[in-house]
Each structure stands twice: as C-alpha cells, then as structure tokens.
Design a protein around this ligand. Structure first.
Ligand code: PMP
Length: 412
C-alpha cells in the first residue's frame, strides 16, 4: 500500500475530525439552525433536542449525569472555569487578602492549568507545585504529603500531553473525598482514549476537549459534580444565564452535536483502537531502540497512554532532527522553532538534560495511523539520526569510549 506524505503523527495536538462526526454536524448549519435557547418555535426545540442528545453522549462516555456537563470552547476554558471558579467560590477572604485557601498542582501541568493557578496566587491563594520523579508520575502519596488544613482544591492532569504518563488520579479522587477537598483533573489527553468513570473515581471537576478525540475544534466540556458533593463554581462569562448560569453565551449547536457524536464513536471504538495503537507504539519504540544506540524513552515505561511516545536521541541537534524528519508531522521537545531557546519545561521537570530535551520527538498516533506509516516513520527517523551522527564529532568521541561529560573543554 502506498502512503501519502507527510504522515500525521501529532494526534496529541489535534485530531482529524471523523467524517461521521462532520456528517452529523452538517444539518445543524443550514437546516436545523435554531438557537437552542429559543423556546417559542420548532427550530429552537430541535436545537435544544440535539444539545440534550450530545449531553447524554458525553455523559455516557465519562460515567456522569447529563446535567453535570457544561459546554465550553475547549479544555483551556474548562480548566480556567474549574480552577478559578471553584477556588473563588470557596475563597476564605476577599480578593487580595492573604491565605484565601491552598491549591495543589504540579510543575509539568499544561499551561492552561498553570496560568490560572498563577492568577490565583496573585489573588491571595497559596499554590503548591509538586515535582515528579524521573518517571514523570505524580502519585497520590505526593498529593497526600502536600495536603494542609486549608487545602481546597487538587488539580492534577490525568495523562500528560508531552509524555503520555498517567498520574494516580482515581487514588487522588478517593483521598480528596475523604478530606473534603475538591478534585479537578485536566483529562484532555485521556477522555475518548481510555475508559473513564467520574463516579467510581471520585472526580469532582473534569476538563475535556472535542478536537483531541476526533471531534471538532473549539468545543469542550467541563464535568461538574452535582451530588456528593454538589460542586459550586463562580462563573467567568456572565450573560444570558445559559448552562445554568455557569457559562453564558449562545451554544455552538453544530459543534456540540459533533462533540456528542465523537463521544459516541469513542465509546464504541476506544478499546480496539487502544490495542491497535499500543502495538504500533511498541513497534516504534522497539525498532528505534534496537536500530539506534543512545535512545531514551521519556516517562514511565508502562504507565503511559497507548498511542503516544516521547523519545530522545543522543548526539543529534533538535532542530536538525526536526528538519530531517519533515515528512513526519510530529512535535519536538525543542522550542528552537519558536522565539525561545528553552527546551520543554515538561521534560526538564523529569530531570532530563537540555541536550536530550532538545533532541526529543513526540509521536502520537490516532484513528487513521496505518502500519505502513509506522514503518515509514521508523525508517525515516533512523536514517535522519544516522545522517546527523555521521557529522557529529561528539558521537565519534562517544564511540571511542570517551565520556563526553568528563572532558575538560577549557584545556583542549
Ligand atoms: N490540557 C491539555 C493536557 C492539553 O493537551 C491541551 C491541548 N494541547 C489543553 C489542555 C488545551 O485544550 P484546548 O486546545 O481544547 O483549549
């Protein structure tokens, strides 16, 4: 089978919208286009009916009730609403006073969690940023030892977007419920890929986003628990009182219909898909580590998402590697292509040195990844790394058995 280039291995950034999702959305642009808040005519009722069905499809994917789903514009908004909304609702004093409550998060969370936490620090909340070990995992024990009398919220992502590592979120949920603390998780990389049950796992607030699981861009959801405990949050966007006052604004009916359809498809296809992609991931990792030396797979060896791998290649320069594999659309731990020279803060949080962080690739596979594409990616990466190393004097020294780190460059 021939393959089309470039191949797409950046599904953790965004996924192709499933054509079945697009098909479900289309009538809601030109036929059933009513405002779902219009109560006086059939156009409005049809829109509302479609949103209700999507709410049920989303709820069924995560084990919640449909009324516990709030529509947003994506996980960035869901995280902001959950973290700032819950903290401000539970705040102990007026804005600006000190010690308004304690929040626990981690240093390698997504910026959509870290930035709201920083905002809350400026408003008088205390935030503890947990540091992972070299495997990238945040354990329940780490959260437990950071808990204080005044802890109000724990926000730890379910799976990390750069590494695919899986944190001990259900255990943290149980701990939080014992202590009367709210548990929020950014499940953007988790939902739709792995079985999720917010009831069983004691989650109070959970963010997820349609474009990560073959739905459209710009539609997200926030699960907000309604019973045991009833979670209350302060709204960020005020207006017509949509979404029970927690997120005002006319609903994006076609997008929400697509989100719902994407949830339904994931519920049906997730387990087979995970198994197939795990096979691909294992092949990628095994082949790259056997055909090349000085290769490290970043993050925990097994507690990782099945479709994602983050690999560093010693003795190659990050930007050259990205250029060398330009026929594979993937991400890099090197920020050289952006304005900053800083490598990924996520990789650095694991204690990975700048050189290995710069020379890392994140390959994330998805619903349309084929076996041929995996073989192509392996061959292309091996060729590019070998080519770059052939020009590397440091790699020559390494092959001569010289410890590069022990060289005193000043005296040479
Ligand atoms: N959290 C995580 C873990 C993510 O991977 C992303 C997307 N890169 C986001 C939040 C932001 O999601 P969205 O694009 O839907 O705003």
């Amino acid at each position: 089978m021939s393959i089309e280039l470039p191949i797409y291995m950046d599904n953790a950034s965004t996924t192709r919208t499933d054509p079945r999702v697009v098909e479900a959305m289309l009538p809601f642009f030109t036929e059933t286009y009513g405002n779902s808040a219009s109560r006086n005519h059939s156009f409005g009722w049809a829109g509302e009916g479609a949103v209700t069905l999507a709410r049920e499809q989303a709820a069924s994917l995560i084990g919640s009730g449909p009324k516990e789903i709030i529509w947003t514009s994506g996980a960035t908004e869901s995280n902001n609403l959950a973290i700032k909304g819950a903290a401000r609702m539970m705040a102990k004093g007026p804005a600006g006073s000190s010690s308004r409550g304690h929040i626990i998060t981690a240093i390698h969370e997504h910026k959509a969690v870290l930035d709201p936490c920083k905002r809350l620090e400026r408003e008088g909340f205390d935030v503890t940023y947990l540091e992972p070990g070299s495997d990238g995992i945040i354990t329940c024990a780490m959260v437990e030892s950071a808990m204080r009398e005044d802890t109000i919220l724990v926000t730890i992502m379910w799976a990390n977007n750069e590494l695919g590592t899986i944190n001990e979120v259900p255990e943290m949920g149980a701990l939080c419920h014992d202590r009367g603390v709210l548990m929020h998780t950014d499940a953007t990389q988790w939902v739709g890929k792995m079985p999720t049950d917010v009831e069983r796992d004691n989650i109070d607030l959970m963010s997820f986003s349609g474009h990560k699981f073959y739905g459209p861009n710009g539609v997200g959801a926030l699960f907000i628990r309604r019973r045991r405990p009833r979670v209350r949050i302060e709204a960020m966007i005020e207006g017509g009182g949509h979404e029970r006052g927690m997120r005002s604004g006319t609903l994006n009916v076609p997008g929400i219909v697509g989100f719902g359809k994407a949830c339904e498809l994931c519920a049906e296809e997730m387990s087979g898909e995970a198994e197939r992609l795990l096979g691909f991931r294992n092949r990628l990792e095994t082949e790259l580590s056997s055909q090349l030396d000085v290769v490290t797979i970043n993050g925990h060896p097994t507690r990782r998402l099945p479709h994602l791998t983050n690999i560093s290649f010693g003795f190659v320069e990050g930007e050259s590697l990205m250029m060398g594999v330009s026929d594979i659309a993937c991400s890099s731990g090197s920020a050289c292509t952006s304005a900053s020279l800083e490598p990924s803060y996520v990789l650095k949080a694991l204690g990975i040195g700048d050189d290995f962080a710069h020379s890392s690739l994140r390959l994330s596979m998805g619903r349309w990844t084929t076996s041929e594409e995996v073989d192509y990616a392996i061959a292309s990466i091996v060729k590019s790394v070998n080519h770059l190393r052939a020009m590397s004097p440091l790699y020559d020294l390494h092959n001569e058995g010289i410890d590069i780190n022990a060289i005193d460059w000043q005296s040479h």
